[in-house]
Design a protein around this ligand. Structure first.
Ligand code: PFF
Length: 438
């Protein structure tokens, strides 16, 4: 039995968890989803879903990890018995499934970064679709996917402190500061105001009841917070008893929402200023890989430099997320099979690579993987809320009490995870499944 690693500090844990949350989902998902008509209504629903259902579940995952000091595969069984074994499997399948296509998109990101610096970016719409065709097909996709997976594997192989914490400690503050600078720069563009008011902050109250907007709010919240997949269980299993989990969960959720908003405040001014409005709502990846490179390219050499900064940051954000996805199967193999970290990393990385090959070849397949696994995340969140709220509610409360969390906060969380999260997530799950099969 190997001794369990620990985070160097509480802040290290929060930054690693924030690193997992902040990723490509913030950079493309937020902009894409609010451009589908939801605007401010989407944003409000998203914040509501985060506060009402996601925060109690996020704390639930953290408690599950910390109280069992066990990997996501074993923690549910250790906490509540053999009948919870399927939840461990769900975590393992979802994390490998998501990482398989996430690594492909990371590869496109790296390729766009490379084009910004050395080859050049598209300057009009004709060139733009050609550009996207180039980065998303052919052998370069495999190269990007392999580089992304090998880098991910190397960080995870270096361990919790020496790899994950060491990277996220400097990457997250840097990411936030640079995004803030880019967002301030974007306010100076001619179409900035129109960009905010036609998309991000467009107010149409009827959207509050729109099926797609509701599904978008749920999907974005779970995907963006890395919830329902066991990541926070894995990360919290390396924690000490004295971290105040509710406060830390709120910190992670606020940071994550802040980055999503900043990404929107960069994307929409560029889109409006360079007449790229139609691209953005057409496809999930349109904003990130078609509109933004074209917009940046229209600013000449300085634009290419800004594009390099932006796509470099996007890759950094992605890698702090992909390492957390890989940590789920890796920590599970170490605990369950007694493998060394190194062996677990490279075997699971190879498996994830094979699983990702169809997504690297077909955009359609990738889209379907994304849609299906988003539903898995919501299902995972639902099961966690049932586990913590109905099967082991005293463990939930005791763990929070032992770290001196405020009593009012504890009461709120206990009530929410038992009475509010399960029905609301079930509602989100049903709407998502209906929308998926339609
Ligand atoms: N939260 C990250 C993002 O928004 O890109 C990545 C991610 C991790 C997504 C884990 C989904 C997930 F289950």
């Amino acid at each position: 039995m190997q001794t369990r690693e620990k985070w160097r500090s509480g802040l290290g844990f929060v930054l690693a968890a924030a690193g997992s949350a902040v990723g490509l989902g913030n950079l493309w998902g937020f902009a894409y989803r609010s451009s589908q008509g939801g605007g401010l209504a989407f944003l409000l629903l998203y914040i509501l879903v985060v506060l009402v259902v996601c925060l109690p579940v996020l704390v639930g995952e953290m408690v599950l990890g910390r109280s069992t000091a066990s990997s996501p595969f074993l923690a549910p069984v250790q906490a509540a018995g053999e009948s919870w074994k399927p939840l461990g499997w769900l975590f393992a399948i979802s994390s490998c499934g998501i990482l398989s296509f996430y690594a492909v998109i990371m590869g496109w990101t790296a390729d766009t970064f490379f084009h910004s610096l050395f080859i050049g970016l598209p300057v009009d719409m004709v060139e733009a679709s050609d550009f996207f065709g180039r980065i998303s097909s052919g052998n370069s996709v495999f190269v990007g996917q392999i580089i992304s997976l090998v880098l991910t594997g190397s960080v995870v192989a270096a361990g919790v402190r020496g790899g994950i914490e060491r990277l996220t400690r400097w990457a997250m503050p840097l990411l936030f500061v640079l995004l803030l600078i880019l967002a301030i720069w974007a306010t100076t563009l001619s179409g900035s105001w129109e960009g905010y008011t036609s998309f991000l902050f467009k107010w149409d109250p009827s959207q509050l009841l729109d099926k797609t907007t509701i599904r978008n709010a749920f999907t974005q919240a779970f995907f963006s917070l890395s919830l329902g997949i066991g990541i926070m269980v894995a990360y919290s299993s390396y924690l000490d008893k004295n971290n105040k989990l509710p406060k830390e969960a709120l910190g992670v959720a606020s940071f994550d929402t802040g980055v999503g908003l900043l990404a929107g405040m960069i994307t929409f001014p560029i889109v409006m200023s360079f007449g790229l409005k139609d691209v953005i709502s057409e496809s999930t990846v349109g904003a990130l890989f078609i509109a933004l490179p074209t917009g940046f390219a229209n600013l000449g050499l300085i634009g290419r430099l800004l594009a390099a900064v932006f796509f470099g940051l996007a890759f950094l954000a992605a890698i702090t997320s992909s390492i957390s996805l890989l940590e789920v199967p890796v920590s599970s193999m170490i605990d369950r099979l007694g493998w060394t970290r190194r062996k677990a990393v490279w075997i699971s990385t190879f498996f994830v690579f094979l699983l990702g090959v169809p997504s690297a070849i077909s955009l359609n397949f990738l889209g379907n993987m994304d849609a299906v696994f988003n539903v898995f995340l919501i299902l995972g969140g639902f099961l966690i809320s049932i586990l913590m709220g109905w099967f082991i509610p005293s463990k939930y409360d005791q763990d929070l009490a032992s770290s001196n969390s405020d009593q009012g906060v504890r009461r709120y969380l206990k009530f929410m995870i038992r009475w509010v999260s399960p029905p609301v997530i079930a509602f989100g799950l049903i709407v998502s499944v209906i929308d998926l099969v339609q």
